[in-house]
Design a protein. Sequence first.
Length: 110
Amino acid sequence: MDAMRRLLRISRRDRMRNEMVRERVGIEGTITNDIERKQLIWYGHVQRMEEQKIPKQVLNWIPPVRRKKERPKKTWIEGIRKSMSKKNLTDNKWNRQEWKLGIGQRGKTL
């Protein structure tokens, strides 16, 4: 946001909301949407891998010990599942074209 504000020569003292700044620059969405999209891209990539590949084994691995008292209860995969449910994606769509369309990446058009 700081870079966008400098681009428009708007200071924080001007008290303009971040949504207005994004609108003026012409950027849609937020950083959290970009992070979710990148995570879904990586998740689809790993799911298309063979079972013996290390990234896929690590993704499916569950640690044998309990979490410490102050640790968050939510895991990375739970966040992915939530993102998938928001975009109406199912676990059986590992076809690259279907997955790209589902997560919002543009597919090539002829």
